[in-house]
Write a protein that binds this ligand. Structure first.
Ligand SMILES: Cc1cc2nc3c(=O)[nH]c(=O)nc-3n(C[C@H](O)[C@H](O)[C@H](O)COP(=O)(O)OP(=O)(O)OC[C@H]3O[C@@H](n4cnc5c(N)ncnc54)[C@H](O)[C@@H]3O)c2cc1C
Length: 297
């Protein structure tokens, strides 16, 4: 495989995840250009490849990741064209939101201060403050498993709550075009500031985490955080992993937590909720890497 970017062997994944946990990836590749991504995607037809955004929604095993991690962080361009913004997959969504605001463009306020990349947020269809990324997507550039670049214009019906059509494909997202509107700069900045403060008040930046562990499910009648809180689980700890004392749907790494401890705490919450309410909480955080034994338990 011809590859021009950086190649890192046995790269510790704790440096690449917001939980600050995770063992070594066999090989971490940082593509320098689209041809590099295409080469890795073609290679991925026969070998395991995990595409990494900002690592803000994943729990990587202490044993690490076998095979290749394709780190898209270098694709961080951002261009304003009229009322649209075209952002590289590796750009931080919060930075893109800030660039929109500086240009008097409204539509990305909701995602300001949320950790994560453009690629990861499109893939996850990230949602906050009543809006989803799908609400503002115009089109998405991808490289498929044959190494071909394509522009996809997904229809709104292909998205739902934290679900995107990209979750059913083996494609690398390289950039996304967001449709925004002209707005009042001061109003835009005010809304962004409110979201940042709200996140601060919920302890989002106080300790390493991956944000919400579980999705919400309307059928349960209350948000997952409230369900977990009703079982007095705030503050519950397994080693260095703790249910946030501020927000029960967040698990924090209190320093020195292992992925195994975080996973045990997830399982403990799931069991308590199942035993008490009969609900099966759906995980939002993704288990990545060498988890086989634990996931089977
Ligand atoms: C403090 C905190 C608060 C959070 N608040 C919210 C919130 O309010 N709402 C919310 O929805 N989420 C929230 N999250 C979770 C996280 O920020 C989002 O899910 C974010 O969209 C993940 O983006 P990422 O780049 O980190 O993706 P990663 O965690 O790196 O990856 C997630 C998935 O996307 C795939 N992926 C990533 N990049 C690409 C690409 N270029 N091409 C193809 N696939 C790709 C990965 O393979 C993986 O399957 C929060 C997280 C933290 C730490």
């Amino acid at each position: 495989m011809h590859f021009r970017g950086a190649v890192l062997f046995d790269e510790p994944m704790d440096a690449h995840t917001s939980f600050r946990v995770g063992g070594p990836a066999d090989v971490l590749l940082k593509p320098a250009c689209s041809d590099d991504v295409a080469a890795v995607m073609k290679f991925g037809r026969r070998h395991p490849v995990f595409i990494l955004g900002a690592g803000a929604n994943i729990l990587v095993s202490d044993r690490g990741i076998r095979g290749i991690v394709l780190d898209m962080s270098g694709f961080d361009s951002c261009t304003v064209t009229g009322t649209d913004i075209v952002a590289g997959a590796g750009a931080a969504v919060s930075d893109v939101s800030e660039i929109a605001a500086r240009n008097g463009l409204s539509g990305l306020e909701f995602i300001y201060a949320m950790p994560g990349s453009v690629g990861g947020s499109v893939w996850m269809n990230a949602r906050c403050y009543g809006k989803s990324v799908s609400d503002i997507i115009d089109s998405v550039e991808i490289i498929d498993e044959d190494g071909q670049s394509r522009r996809i214009v997904p229809s709104p019906s292909e998205f739902s709550y934290k679900v995107s059509p990209f979750q059913r494909k083996r494609w690398a997202i390289t950039c996304a075009r967001f449709k925004l509107q002209e707005g009042d700069k001061q109003e835009i900045l005010k809304e962004m500031d409110e979201h940042r403060r709200d996140r601060e008040s919920k302890g989002h930046f106080a300790a390493p985490s991956a944000g919400s562990i579980f999705k919400n499910d309307r059928r349960f009648g209350m948000p997952s955080g409230k369900i977990i809180d009703s079982l007095s689980l705030k503050g519950t700890a397994v080693g260095g992993a703790q249910v946030s004392p501020v927000h029960a749907n967040i698990i924090i790494n209190n320093g020195g937590a292992t992925a195994e401890e975080i996973f045990e705490l997830i399982r403990l919450i799931e069991k308590r909720v199942r035993d008490t309410y009969g609900f099966e909480l759906e995980r939002e955080v993704l288990l990545v890497g060498d988890w086989e034994k634990e996931a089977d338990r």
